[in-house]
Design a binder for this molecule. Structure first.
Ligand SMILES: NC(=O)c1ccc[n+]([C@@H]2O[C@H](COP(=O)([O-])OP(=O)(O)OC[C@H]3O[C@@H](n4cnc5c(N)ncnc54)[C@H](O)[C@@H]3O)[C@@H](O)[C@H]2O)c1
Length: 334
């Protein structure tokens, strides 16, 4: 739910619970509430079982029961972790997400996927546990660093390519990324959230339709995981933009999708995101990462969501190693 004022939006929920525990990213200035609050430093490295133990300990030391409420305030790393800690604490406690990064607003904080990284594998431990509400206050974005803004915008671009209802793709292309104005972005955030909610409601546990949300993510996740072994990790939304280009290329060559969205996204990427930083000398590792992707139906095959056109995604498209290499050649030649 979009909201202007976090206090009035939370009030009806607070009235229903006797106990409330708040977990918030330590970089944020948060309201002065009379609830026990745990401040956490977040990163992909600390998205780990150690942090979950810290959250469970915080709940236990404040006597949180199954009837209590947890409030998570932060980006996708924090909402994923607090969601997972809430899913597993006393077999499940209610929580509300208050996303503060663009990526968390449009993607991570809705849909009920929670989890942590384990042994270097992203989100490999997790649970489906939906928040009772997600309160989206776009004003948080006023303090978000530009790179993080662009990262979240990457997930919005994906949504624009897979849904058609409101000509979202055209509206996203027209959005002025030089200004990053929050007010004009708000209706686009709303469209993305509504689209995701509809898809998730139809297929909460990703048995079919929900896989459309994985467009750009087979290549994107592999690039992101490869970058975790290097000096500078790739932000999730940047990896998604590179993955979208690779998978749009396959959509053109395999499914006859028009070239226009590929050309539009390529221009936008070169202008705002830059070329992929990883030089991708390790092609074998990239292909192996795609073959191990947890979204695959069968071992050792590469499975992608592709599009036939804007708004017409097709799930479970099997890609050969040669095809994967060809689209990587395209991406790295830009
Ligand atoms: N559960 C899902 O369905 C889902 C979907 C997509 C991504 N994810 C996960 O989300 C994570 C990425 O989320 P993210 O990009 O929000 O990362 P993040 O939580 O690390 O936030 C990005 C950075 O922005 C800072 N930040 C957050 N809000 C801020 C604000 N208002 N002002 C200033 N700084 C702020 C954070 O401290 C952090 O440094 C990944 O771990 C990914 O796996 C989950």
């Amino acid at each position: 739910m979009l909201c202007d004022n976090i206090h009035s939006a939370l009030a009806p929920f607070l009235a229903r619970y006797e106990q409330v525990c708040v977990v918030a990213d330590e970089v944020l200035t948060i309201p002065d509430w009379p609830f026990p609050t745990l401040r956490m430093r977040v990163s992909e490295e600390t998205k780990s079982i150690d942090s979950i133990e810290q959250i469970w300990d915080f709940f236990l030391s404040n006597g949180l029961t199954r009837k209590g409420l947890v409030i998570a305030i932060g980006g996708g790393v924090l909402t994923d972790m607090v969601g997972f800690a809430s899913a597993t604490y006393k077999r499940g406690v209610d929580y509300i997400n208050i996303p503060t990064s663009l990526l968390a607003m449009v993607d991570a904080s809705t849909g009920g996927k929670t989890g942590i990284n384990h042994r270097g594998i992203k989100n490999s431990i997790g649970a489906f546990h939906a928040p009772i509400e997600t309160l989206i206050c776009p004003q948080w974005l006023n303090t978000l660093p530009p790179q993080q803004f662009l990262s979240g915008f990457g997930e919005m671009l994906k949504m624009g390519l897979i849904v058609n209802g409101e000509k979202l793709w055209d509206a996203l292309l027209q959005y002025d990324l030089d200004r990053m104005d929050v007010k004009t972005l708000t209706p686009l955030i709303n469209s993305c959230v509504r689209a995701k909610e509809e898809i998730v409601a139809a297929d909460p546990h990703e048995e079919g339709l929900r896989k459309v949300l994985n467009f750009g993510h087979t290549f994107g996740h592999a690039l992101e995981e490869l970058s975790l072994t290097g000096k500078a990790g790739l932000l999730h939304g940047y990896a998604v933009v590179y993955g979208l280009i690779a998978e749009l290329y396959l959509s053109v060559t395999k499914l006859g999708c028009p070239r226009e969205p590929l050309q539009q996204l390529t221009q936008l990427m070169l202008h705002y995101y830059g070329k992929p930083q990883c030089k991708c000398t390790d092609r074998e590792r990239l292909i192996a990462l795609m073959q191990q992707d947890k979204k695959n139906e069968r071992a050792a095959e590469i499975n992608c969501t592709l599009i036939k056109n804007i708004g017409s995604p097709l799930i479970n498209q099997v890609i050969s190693t040669d095809e994967a290499n060809e689209s990587l050649d395209y991406l790295f030649s830009l």
